[in-house]
Write a protein that binds this ligand. Sequence first.
Ligand code: SAH
Length: 239
Amino acid sequence: MALNIRIILIQTWHPGNIGAVARAMKNMGLSDLVLVNPVDFPSDEAYSRAGQATDVLDNARVVSSLAEAISDCVLVVGTSARDRSIRLPAYTAEQCAEEAVTLQQQAPVAIVFGRERMGLHNDDIQQCHAQLNIDANPDYPVLNLSQAVQLVCYEVFKASQRQNQLPQVEEDYPLNEDLNRFYDHLAQTLDEIGFTNTKAPGQALDHLKALYRRARPTAKELRLLRGVLSKAQEAADKS
Ligand code: SAH
């Protein structure tokens, strides 16, 4: 059965890379490609680099934001050759592949790749639940985009062959859109209880979001947290 794993490319500059990514995916049995604001797509160059994976390009979805590409996903992993200031749990390619193959039974899993020159921006990384670093030469760890996709998809392929030995998902995890609704509720509550610092209103929220992303609450835990927020709002309303 096809794996419910989505490859997302952000603002790819070179159409040849998009074609090479399509081929890398199809070689490893993946087909769900989403392009966020590609600079040049559709293009002949992409098709000429795709080999026999032109169907992956035909079916690729073009969207205008990462949020749109991941709203229905249960796990979003950002790939990067570098460390980030907001810490996220870090996976090796192999660990990520196992987690992705396990969780895709529940809902789509997204693996996000950055721009050729700039990689992922911090606001992209802030929408991810975890990061993936491919081990490489510390003096030059930055791979070509399509080769990074190839390595990750290869690990996914190998993990899918071991699927029967991988742990089953025991808990339901919230989709990204449910997490976003929780963050909106959290922001509103922080405001209403007078916690928001007017000088840097988003700062506490960003740190709290990073905390919740690391903790990966289950759907049940998220409902509990929403309940706590509602009670805090009620209490603030009365006082
Ligand atoms: N100059 C950029 C590099 C971008 S390379 C930077 O410093 O971030 C293009 C994309 O390939 C990256 O955004 C990432 O998605 C992927 N990539 C390249 N090397 C990688 C590595 N070692 N581990 C994980 N992803 C990598």
